[in-house]
Design a protein around this ligand. Structure first.
Ligand code: GUN
Ligand code: ZN
Length: 466
């Protein structure tokens, strides 16, 4: 049998090819808060094949259609009855906080001092940073997340470790050394000059290479001096392709503290805006306690709020008003915010997002939620040509899912499948909504990053060796 890695059409070594067969779900537009059966942009391709060549999606076609001649020898991985989606994009998550996820009984400022800061101090050690980065990226893949905007720690080595590990797998990662020069314990503080040098060095070495992008990473306003915020704004202006990530208006005590620390700022957001930190590549976690003026500023800049549902519930921070943000033109993405958040699973975070909206009388459809974790996030990050879609030419960051796992979910799925559907979308939404609401990482079958399989469920891996 010919080596499938050899492309006979060209008679030379070609890139690895693979074919995945299953039910493809992705989005071509924002479904918004429309009723599920009226939502635009839902693309459901039942029983299709996804042809992957090297790092990219080469073609997509119905499984019933004959394969292109030069793909005839490529083995097909049969996922019939399973879902194939673009990998999820987590727009705000903390690598070192896997050590403190699910810590008891504190609101934000207490939680930072009691659990988070002590854990982050350990990342000064390059070995801890490397092991932490490896554990973290493996965990993202095991939860179906293939791209992320990540906080490491204040230590340069913690950012280097993430960049190195993600580069090795050619994973789209956005990160940068955390800036914090006050109101944190010894061992977690930098200073303006050294921090600027470290950022410039990281930009030179990693930004724009191997799918890595640098983010100017201000922890939050209270842990940076005005001088450091000015320096951070200077970096954003000087290196236009970089991102900016931070926290804003998460918790009421935090907002009060910021108003005391920055009495001349109009608002918490204004602390960042007046130093030039808010632009189209700004990713601001939370934004629960912003006002209409702030939302107008975010809209004008095309900046995004990384809504972090499980974190907001767990830390008792508040209920994010997604519909209001949407109506006022603010870009919103979804994030796990682990370890304030309680799961890396975007499915679990979607389930929490649904409940947060339900408490405010709003229904979040599975379409809107899944769009937000895929094409929505990709668009807000300026990466829609690369990630978030199942489209020839896009990177093959792809995840295969079981719709139902366990007797209750399997029963629920059977009921959904049997129900007479008025229209396909309504029927489909019932199934998919039950999946996102009951599902988690145990539903995951396999994860591909840049065309390579980086994670397989234990049952799949076992079957492969038998
Ligand atoms: N605000 C400043 N730092 C943090 C953090 O690590 N997690 C959360 N949720 N909020 C923050
Ligand atoms: Zn956070």
């Amino acid at each position: 049998m010919p080596d499938p890695r050899l492309n006979p059409a060209h008679g030379q070594a070609a890139q690895t090819r693979r074919v995945l067969r299953g039910d493809l779900l992705d989005f071509t537009a924002d479904p918004g808060f429309a009723l599920p059966d009226e939502a635009p942009g839902v693309r459901w391709r039942a029983d299709h094949v996804l042809l992957i060549e090297g790092e990219r999606i080469a073609a997509i076609q119905p499984a019933s259609q004959p394969m292109p001649q030069d793909w005839a020898d490529v083995p097909v991985t049969d996922h019939r009855g399973q879902l194939i989606l673009p990998g999820f994009i987590d727009t705000h998550v903390h690598c070192p906080q896997l050590d403190v996820i699910a810590s008891y009984g504190a609101e934000l400022l207490d939680w930072l001092n009691t659990y988070t800061f002590p854990a982050e101090r350990r990342y000064v050690d390059p070995l801890v940073a490397r092991e932490g980065a490896e554990r973290f990226l493996n965990a993202l893949w095991a939860h179906g997340t293939t791209s992320a905007v990540v906080f490491p720690t204040v230590h340069k080595v913690s950012a280097e470790a993430l960049f190195d590990m993600a580069s090795a797998r050619h994973m789209r990662l956005i990160t940068g050394k955390v800036l914090m020069d006050r109101h944190a314990p010894e061992g977690l503080l930098d200073d303006v000059d050294q921090a600027e040098k470290d950022c410039v060095d990281l930009i030179d070495r990693f930004h724009g290479k191997d799918r890595q992008a640098f983010a100017v990473t201000v922890r939050f306003a209270p842990t940076s001096t005005p001088e450091q915020l000015t320096m951070a704004g200077r970096l954003c202006q000087a290196y236009a392709g970089t991102y900016m990530q931070t926290h804003v208006a998460e918790n009421r005590d935090e907002v009060r503290w910021v108003s005391e620390l920055f009495p001349t700022a109009r608002s918490y957001l204004d602390v960042y805006d007046r130093d030039g930190l808010i632009g189209p590549r700004a990713v601001l976690a939370h934004g629960i306690w912003l006002d209409a003026n702030d939302r107008a500023v975010l809209k004008a800049h095309g900046a995004q709020i990384a809504h972090s549902p499980s974190s907001n519930l767990f830390l008792g921070s508040g209920l994010f008003n997604w519909l209001e943000a949407e109506r006022e033109g603010v870009n919103v993405s979804l994030a796990s915010d682990v370890g304030g958040g309680t799961s890396l699973s975007m499915l679990r975070n979607i389930a929490d997002a649904y409940k947060i909206q339900a408490l405010q009388g709003v229904r979040l459809s599975a379409w809107k939620a899944l769009y937000t974790c895929t094409l929505g996030a990709a668009s807000h990050l300026g990466l829609a040509d690369e990630i978030g879609r199942l489209e020839p030419g896009c990177m093959a960051d792809v995840v295969v899912w079981n719709v139902a796992k366990g007797p209750v979910a399997e029963h629920r799925d059977e009921v959904a499948q049997q129900r007479l559907a008025r229209v396909l979308h309504e029927h489909l939404h019932e199934r998919i909504f039950a999946w996102v609401t009951m599902g988690d990482e145990r539903n995951l079958v396999s994860t591909y990053v840049a065309g390579q399989c980086v994670h397989q469920a234990a049952s799949v891996a076992q079957a492969a060796v038998q």
